[in-house]
Design a protein. Structure first.
Length: 287
């Protein structure tokens, strides 16, 4: 139950961060926004861990996996922020919901977690919803906007990120993984800043700092959640994020989801419900 609550809190904070990312994407290069997001997230985490532990928990049993996980998250953020600059928040979030579906499949294939037939049916139904949310030409009468493919790429990368989070939970202390979440990403995105950097004003700096802090908190909660519950159970809870993304899109940007987005979201949510219901344990004595 603790893992579920931690996951739900992380998802709500994700939407707050995505809303600010969409605001900033109108004025700044995506790579600069993501650099700030990871730099300030890393600094916030490092300070918090230093104060609580008296040291930086940087020693990992799998430093290569930690770096790969961090870079995957950077790639996710770059693709998703680029999508937010071109399509509504709710639409990008709906398409991005391919991630928990892919995660369930990868949890079965890579982590050897047991996934029931009902959950596989939920994965299949959810993918149908994602295809609807992609707004195919036979539903809209218009060509598919290429930007809708960006959150689909985000979903794939984030699924691998979640699998690595679960894998590293068995290798490193949660605080080590939290410390490494933004390290490689901030270093990699720093290399591009001499080419793209635009000076923010005081308010914009404040928003960039807020984005970093929200990112640190959300991913810290995600790490703690995956240390307490299996990936195949937690991943489908990501569908609650669509509710918050829809409200944020309406309140902040005036983007009302249309019928196609809502239809895709309903189908995705139905698939999510099938995968999120806990599997029943076999009766005692059953063979």
């Amino acid at each position: 139950m603790k893992g579920v609550l931690l996951q739900l809190c992380a998802l709500m904070i994700f939407v707050m961060m995505d809303t600010l990312l969409k605001v900033m994407a109108a004025d700044f290069p995506v790579v600069q926004i993501i650099w700030a997001r990871f730099l300030f997230a890393f600094l916030a985490v490092a300070i918090a861990l230093r104060l609580s532990m008296g040291r930086f928990p940087w020693r990992s049993r799998a430093p290569g996996l930690q770096a790969l996980r961090s870079l995957l998250l950077a790639g996710c953020s770059i693709l998703f922020t680029a999508a937010l600059a071109r399509i509504p928040l709710a639409d990008a979030t709906a398409v991005g919901f391919a991630s928990p579906l892919i995660t369930v499949a990868l949890a079965a294939l890579l982590l050897r977690e047991r996934v029931s037939l009902r959950r596989w049916c939920g994965v299949a139904l959810g993918f149908i919803g994602v295809m609807v949310a992609l707004r195919p030409p036979f539903l809209t009468g218009a060509a598919l906007h290429w930007a809708y493919l960006l959150p689909l790429g985000t979903a794939t990368m984030f699924a691998f990120y979640q699998i690595l989070t679960r894998r590293l939970a068995a290798l490193d202390d949660s605080r080590v993984t939290i410390f490494h979440t933004g390290l490689a990403a901030s270093l990699a995105t720093s290399l591009a800043q001499p080419l793209v950097f635009l000076p923010p004003n005081a308010l914009q700096w404040g928003i960039l700092v807020a984005v970093g802090v929200l990112g640190a908190v959300s991913h810290g909660l995600l790490v703690l959640a995956y240390a307490r519950a299996p990936a195949s159970l937690l991943a489908p809870l990501s569908y609650t994020q669509l509710v918050w993304a829809t409200f944020a899109g309406i309140l902040v940007f005036g983007d009302w989801p249309d019928g196609i987005t809502l239809l895709g979201a309903v189908i995705i949510a139905a698939g999510g419900l099938l995968t999120a219901i806990p599997q029943r344990s076999p009766p005692r004595g059953a063979t």
